[in-house]
Design a protein around this ligand. Sequence first.
Ligand SMILES: Cc1cc2nc3c(=O)[nH]c(=O)nc-3n(C[C@H](O)[C@H](O)[C@H](O)COP(=O)(O)O)c2cc1C
Length: 354
Amino acid sequence: MSALTDLSSYSAYPIVQAPMAGGASNPRLAAAVSGAGGLGFLAAGYKTSDAMYQEIRQLRDATSQPFGVNLFMPQPDTVDPSAVAVYAEQLAGEAAWYGTELGDPETGSDDAYDAKVAILLEDPVPMVSFTFGCPDRAVLDAFAKAGTCTVVTVTTPAEALAAQWAGADALCVQGVEAGGHQGTHRDDPQLDGSGLGLLSLITQVREAVQLPMIAAGGLMRGEQIAAVLAAGASAAALGTAFLVCPESGASALHKRALTDPVYARTELTRAFSGRPARGLLNRFVREHGRYAPAGYPQVHHLTQPVRRAAAGLGDPQGMALWAGQGHRLARELSAGALVETLAAEQRAAQEARA
Ligand SMILES: Cc1cc2nc3c(=O)[nH]c(=O)nc-3n(C[C@H](O)[C@H](O)[C@H](O)COP(=O)(O)O)c2cc1C
């Protein structure tokens, strides 16, 4: 496939509903977005390969429009188990408070990647994107042969070069403003604090590689979409903006927290998963973010029962409230209405500039 320079072959508008694992992305949301002229995405992360396939089938039943599926790359075996064990001791009080046990950190680190790739090659979808790393050339070539457009998330110009070299069709260029996990290829605590803002990043990536870019991070309004297109992106991906839609599978507590003045700001934290992810600054992040180790996905497995118990008790202060820097701008519109509104705002901004 040549490229996404002409995203109009995937969607009428250059608006992508960013993949969001953990429940927010579901066939209903993706179908509503794709049906309205955007590009909907399923998030395969944390799911079994079978559950991923069931969602693809549900989505195909709900829409005939193109869509994408997002995969987590398997993680290298570099996590220090003793650091995770120390963190487990530090979290013992949380587990007791919420009346649960900590999870088993060794529940697996490959996210069933091979099985998911096998399914997606056997029954291809229009687009597959990857985060937390870059697949090798053989995998990207196999998707190209299957007619699937491949997109690799990058957070630096060096990662963009690696993705181009490996044969990706396009990039999801994710600024530090983005909600949820940074798709950084290798988590390195030495680089904490060096994340690039979206406009700076897309400009640097555009000058480093030739691949088309989908820009992501902090985008909540059509005017911002017009701005990233003007800066060289072919499309914009929005996560937090779609989180609050009624079709999104995010919990009511999470949706409400995004515009609750109690949560004044977001922070990048390893507290819940062991990998930097942006969420609302709540009690859990404030108390544990300072010393949470680099330990993905072991820390994700460790904290999962605590997060679930906090949600069950209706306590957002113990939940991972992923959110981008633009969270205050979230509008509770249906996904279709949000796509239409964003497209109209983008058009108006472009006409005003012409
Ligand atoms: C709740 C949530 C879950 C996310 N899960 C994923 C995921 O599974 N895969 C992925 O590549 N990115 C994931 N992201 C990042 C988004 O795809 C996207 O990069 C980000 O939402 C863009 O920033 P914004 O939230 O400010 O729009 C997630 C983001 C959020 C908010």
